[in-house]
Design a protein around this ligand. Sequence first.
Ligand SMILES: C[S@@+](CC[C@H](N)C(=O)[O-])C[C@H]1O[C@@H](n2cnc3c(N)ncnc32)[C@H](O)[C@@H]1O
Length: 293
Amino acid sequence: MISFSHAPVMLNEVISVFKESQTPLNVFLDGTFGRGGHTKALIENFPGVHVWGMDQDEEAIAAGKALSLSNLTLVHGNFSEFEKKIVEQKSFDGILLDLGVSSPQLDDAGRGFSFYHDGPLDMRMDRSQKMTAADIINGWDEDELIDLFKNLGEVRNPFRVVRAIVHDRKTTLFTTTRQLAGMIERVSGWRKKGFNPATQYFMALRLQVNGELQILEETLPKLMNALADKGRAVVITFHSLEDRIVKNIFKNNPELGRPVSKKVVKPSREEQKFNPRSRSAKLRAFERGAYEY
Ligand SMILES: C[S@@+](CC[C@H](N)C(=O)[O-])C[C@H]1O[C@@H](n2cnc3c(N)ncnc32)[C@H](O)[C@@H]1O
């Protein structure tokens, strides 16, 4: 059954990071508002807090407005634009980035993120943006597609799939998710039970359409600099490439902040069972202040 709700990942773990902070949580930036699961819990746990909730998806902002929370200001936009879009507030006591897509985005066939449901080959989180997944599949040349699937999809051998894309699109352009996924399934075959070969190709397309890795790499340092003294930032990633970016930013720039705990936090077994989408999640928390690695 399709549910257009979103189960917030590692909710208790996120709240604990801010409960254990030395800085009172007065002003908070939720850069990936989604359906506001984390924001709602933060407001419940810190009644005096004012949350700035950003999301690049208009539907997330509309759903947030329907919550009618008095201590929440919603801003439609990419978190990379936080300085430009939130001019009233220069510093935050806490920041959350819960990266990737939400369940409503994945479950709505019309958004084109999922190869289980047939829909347009779209994958834009921000539908005011121009480039879609179809533009990449139908427009990029063979070498560019190979690099994309190798680098962002971590597909070891994308050559046959890319050749088929380039061949097939000469007669019929790719326009739907099942059209592309069906071709990948046919060409790649099913190697491992339960693992659709289209998974990695769809991941690469989604990361590229939304510029996710580049935005994270460029914006996380700016967000750390916008934290109050001893303020904390939590980043939840769902992809090894994202997690590596987060880890390396702090390794290479210790002046940005120190990790709150040595180990990365993962969802409990119970959470993974109740919410299978949480399985790949990794939480890292950082506190503003220099740190020697
Ligand atoms: C995993 S969901 C967040 C769920 C949210 N924490 C909750 O509890 O409902 C990710 C959300 O962040 C948004 N998003 C992802 N990258 C973004 C970016 N760079 N700027 C703004 N929003 C972004 C997506 O549109 C999506 O709604």
